[in-house]
Write a protein that binds this ligand. Sequence first.
Ligand SMILES: Cc1cc2nc3c(=O)[nH]c(=O)nc-3n(C[C@H](O)[C@H](O)[C@H](O)COP(=O)(O)O)c2cc1C
Ligand code: SF4
Length: 440
Amino acid sequence: MADAIFQPLSFKNLTVKNRVFRSNISGRFDNYDGSGNQARINWEVKFARGGVGAIVSSFVPVHLRGRIVPNYAMIDDDSRIPFWRAVGQAVHEHDSRFILQLSHGGRQRDINGIEYPIGLSSTDKRDPIHGFACERMTLAQIHEVIQAFAEGARRAREAGLDGVELHGANGYLITQFLSSAINDRDDDYGGPLENRARFVLDIVRAIRVRVGHDFHLQVKISATDDDNVLSPLRSGSPGNTLADSVKVCRWLVDAGVDAIHVSRGSFFPHPRNPAGTDLPIDDLERSYDTMISSGERTFLNFLLFRGLSGELARRQWNAAAGDRDRIEGANRGDARAIKQAVAVPVICTGGFQTASVIRDAIENRDCDAVSIARPLVANNDLVRMFERGLDRAPKPCTYCNKCLVNVIENPLGCYDDTRFPSREAMIAEIMSVYKPPPFA
Ligand SMILES: Cc1cc2nc3c(=O)[nH]c(=O)nc-3n(C[C@H](O)[C@H](O)[C@H](O)COP(=O)(O)O)c2cc1C
Ligand code: SF4
C-alpha cells in the first residue's frame, strides 16, 4: 500500500507533495526595522532541502504595532514584497511550498521595541504572564487591523507565495478576541462566541475581497484554550473549549477558509504547547533578562526563576503540562473532532517525529497532514530519513524546550548538547543559519 506520508495533499487552490509541513517557528534572524535578510532565507531553505512538502512561515507581523520582538521580517508595506519573493523562490527550488503566517501579537509580546511601547488588544488588561500593557482597541483600530491583514495577504500573493495562514492561535491578537478568558468587551466584538469570532471572520472576508477565492488561506487555531492551567487549583475560566472551536472552525470554512491548523493554548509558551519533558529553568534564567525592561512583571519573573522559587516554578509548569508520555500527537483528538466537523483538510501540530505515528494519524483520519517544528529543528532532514525507511531519527528531538527559551536572546537552533558530539558541534550547527552570509 502507498505510504500515506508521501501522498500529495490537495487543498482547494494548492497541492503539497507530501503530508509533512514545517510548522511555524520564529527566530530573530531579521533586521530591527522588519526587513528580511539572508539568514531567514538560509533558515527556510534548510527545511525545504530536507524534504518537507510545505513550510508555514514564522510569525510575520502585518503591522509594526503587531510585532512581538524586533528582528522579525514583516509584511506591513509593499517594500517588503521583493524579500518575500526571494524567500518563496529559494524554497520553490526544492519543490516545497511556502505559506506565510499573517500575524498580530496584540498585547502578547516579548520585547516591545522602540516604536510602539503599548500593544493593542480586545481588552485593556495586561497580559498575565509578563505584564505587558495594552490599549483596548476602538472600532476604528479594529477596522484598520482587519485591513492590515487583507493587505498582508495581497502582498503575499504578489510575492508569488503559495498561500497565507492567519495566526489565530496561542494567545496572539486573534485569540485575544476569540477567547472567553481574555475578551471582556461589551460591543459587537465581545460577549457570545458569535461576537468574539467576528474579528477573525471579518479578516477572512476582507482577505477574500482583496485576493479573491483562488489563493490558499488557512487558519491556525487553539482548539482548547486551557487558560487556567497555571492558576492555583485550576481556578478561573479555562477559556474556549473544543466544542467552541469546532463551531468557530465551521464558521471559518463557511467564510472561505481552505484548511485548519490545530494547536492549543490561550498564551505562548503554554505548558501544553510546545509540550516538553521539562521546563529548562537554567536556560530560561540565562535568557529571560533580555525581557526585563519590557513588561511590568518581567523583573519579578526574572527573580522568580532563580534558586528555590525557580524550582517551584519549574514544578508548577511541569504539573500543568500533563502527561509527558503523550507529547507526540497530543492534539490528535482535537484535530479529529474538528476534521469531523469541516469539509476542508486539517493539519495537526504537536510533537510529531515518528513516521509510524504520523502515518497512523493520517490513516486514522485524525488529520490530513502534520506540522512539525522542534523535531525538524533537531533534524532538518527528517523527511529524507522517512523516505529512506527510518521510523525515527537516530538522534530525535528530546522535547527539552531549550530551543524555545533560548530564542529570545540567541539564534534559533537546537540547544540540547546531549544530541551533539560536543558543545562546539552544537554551536556550529546553530550558527550555520548565517551561511551563506548576506554578501557572499
Ligand atoms: C521556538 C519556537 C518558536 C515558535 N514560533 C511560532 C510562531 O511564530 N508561530 C506559530 O504559530 N507557532 C510557533 N511555534 C509553535 C510551533 O509552530 C508548533 O506548533 C509547536 O511547537 C508544536 O509543534 P512541535 O512539537 O513540532 O514543536 C513556535 C515553537 C517554538 C518551539
Ligand atoms: S532544543 Fe533541540 S532537542 Fe530540545 S526541544 Fe529544541 S529541537 Fe528538540
